[in-house]
Design a binder for this molecule. Structure first.
Ligand code: AMP
Length: 392
C-alpha cells in the first residue's frame, strides 16, 4: 500500500493518516511533522525551513526531497507508506515518481480529501495537537475531555504557530496555486480518488478504507499479468503454426488434430477481435448519431426562436399599420367634418347677406311657389302699417 493523501491545510490528512496507520500497519510520512521536528531540534535544515513555515510558504523542494529520500530508505517503508503533505507541487510529484520507479515501488493511489474553504478556516483555527503523542483535537468540533490535555496520554495540547488567521489564508492560497494542480496530475495517471472530507472522523475514515480496500492487490495484479502472458504465448504459437505448415503437421493424425485445435483457437480469437471491433464501431456510430441529434435539436430550437421573433415582428408591424390607418381615417373624418362645418357656416353667411328680393328671385328660379305667395303679403301689410305710422 503506497498512498499519497492530498488535501488543503485542515482537510484532516494528518488525522486520517494516523487512523490508516493503525489499520494497515504502514508508516505515515508527514513532511510537515519532519520539518517541525527539525525546527524544534534547531538543526541547520530546521533553521533554513523555519522562516518559510512561519510565513505559510512552501519550504524549498530540495530540502523536502532530501528528507523524503532519507525516510524512504528506512526498512519500515518496504511494506508501504502513507504520504501526508508530500508532494505539495508538480515538481515534487515528478521527483517522487522517479524515486519510487528507481526503488521498483510505484505509487498506488493519490486520494484527495475534499473540504470547503470556509470549513477549513474554522478547522485550522481550532486545531490542537498533543506535544507527546501527536493526537489531534479541535476545540470546536472534537475537543478533549480536559481543557488543554490529551485524552490519550495526558500530554499538553499545543496550538501550532502557523495555525493563526493570517498564515492560514496564505497557506490556503499556496495550496490553491501549487498543490491543487496535483489533482489533475494524478488523474492523468489514473490514480486519483476523491473523498468527501466532511462528516465525522469515522465516516471520512470509512470512505478512505473503501477506496483502499477496493484497490487491486499485488497478488491479483500478478495473476492478471500471468494470465495475459499465457494468452500471448498461445496466440504466438497459433500464429507460428499457421505460418509454417510442415509436412508432419499435414500428414500425421496427431499433428492434424493439433492444427485443427490451433485453427479453432485462432478463429475464436479473430471472432473475438471482430466482435470487439464491431461493438467499438457501434459505439462510435451511436456517439455520432447522438451528437447529430443534439445539433439537430439545437438547430430546431434556434429556428423556433427565429420564427417566434419573426411572428412578433409581424404582429408589431401589423399593429403599427392599423394604428396608422386609424389615425389617417380619423384625420380624414375630422377634415371632412371641418369642411362640412365651413360649408354650413358659408351658407349661413350667404343666407344672411342675400336680400329678401333676391331671395324670392332665387326661390322663383328654384321654383318654390308656396314661399312666393306668402312673402309679398307680409311685405305689403308691413308697408301699409308703416304708411299709417307716418301719417300719424
Ligand atoms: P503541514 O503540516 O503539512 O501543513 O506543513 C506545515 C508547513 O511545512 C507548510 O506550511 C510548509 O511551510 C512546510 N511543508 C510541509 N510539507 C511541505 C512540502 N512537501 N513542501 C514544502 N513545504 C512543506
Amino acid at each position: 500500500m503506497r498512498i499519497v493523501l492530498i488535501g488543503a491545510p485542515g482537510s484532516g490528512k494528518g488525522t486520517q493518516a494516523k487512523k490508516l496507520v493503525s489499520r494497515y500497519g504502514v508508516p505515515q510520512i508527514s513532511t510537515g511533522d519532519l520539518l517541525r521536528a527539525a525546527v524544534a531540534a534547531e538543526t541547520p535544515l530546521g533553521l533554513q525551513a523555519k522562516a518559510a513555515m512561519d510565513a505559510g510558504q512552501l519550504v524549498s523542494d530540495q530540502i523536502v526531497l532530501d528528507m523524503i529520500e532519507e525516510r524512504m530508505a528506512e526498512p519500515d517503508t518496504e511494506k508501504g507508506f502513507i504520504l501526508d503533505g508530500f508532494p505539495r507541487n508538480i515538481p515534487q510529484a515528478q521527483a517522487l515518481d522517479a524515486m519510487l520507479d528507481k526503488l521498483g515501488r510505484p505509487l498506488k493511489t493519490a486520494i484527495l480529501i475534499d473540504v470547503d474553504f470556509d470549513l477549513l478556516i474554522q478547522r485550522i483555527a481550532g486545531r490542537r495537537t498533543c506535544c507527546s503523542c501527536g493526537q489531534m483535537y479541535n476545540i470546536y468540533t472534537s475537543p478533549p475531555k480536559m481543557d488543554g490535555l490529551c485524552d490519550v496520554c495526558g500530554g499538553k495540547l499545543h496550538h501550532r504557530a502557523d495555525d493563526n488567521e493570517d498564515t492560514i489564508t496564505n497557506r490556503l492560497r499556496v495550496y490553491e496555486a501549487q498543490t491543487a494542480p496535483l489533482i489533475n496530475y494524478y488523474k492523468a495517471q489514473g490514480k486519483r480518488y476523491i473523498v468527501d472530507g466532511t462528516g465525522t472522523l469515522d465516516e471520512i475514515f470509512q470512505r478512505l478504507c473503501n477506496i483502499i480496500d477496493g484497490l487491486p492487490t499485488h497478488e491479483s495484479l500478478e495473476s492478471a499479468r500471468k494470465a495475459a502472458r499465457f494468452e500471448q504465448t498461445i496466440q504466438e504459437m497459433v500464429e507460428k503454426a499457421e505460418a509454417k505448415p510442415t509436412p508432419d503437421t499435414q500428414t500425421t493424425p496427431v499433428a492434424k488434430k493439433e492444427t485443427r485445435i490451433m485453427t479453432a483457437k485462432k478463429r475464436t480469437a479473430t471472432s473475438k477481435k471482430a466482435a470487439s471491433k464491431k461493438s467499438a464501431a457501434k459505439k462510435k456510430i451511436a456517439k455520432k448519431t447522438a451528437t447529430k441529434k443534439k445539433v439537430a435539436n439545437k438547430k430546431k430550437t434556434v429556428k423556433k426562436k427565429v420564427a417566434v421573433k419573426k411572428a412578433v415582428a409581424k404582429k408589431k408591424k401589423a399593429a403599427v399599420k392599423k394604428s396608422m390607418k386609424k389615425k389617417v381615417a380619423t384625420k380624414k373624418k375630422t377634415a371632412k367634418k371641418k369642411v362640412a362645418k365651413k360649408k354650413v357656416a358659408k351658407k349661413k353667411v350667404a343666407t344672411k347677406k342675400v336680400s329678401p328680393k333676391k331671395k324670392s328671385a332665387k326661390k322663383k328660379a328654384a321654383g318654390k311657389t308656396p314661399a312666393k305667395k306668402k312673402a309679398p303679403v307680409k311685405k305689403k301689410g308691413a308697408k301699409k302699417k308703416a304708411a299709417a305710422r307716418k301719417k300719424r
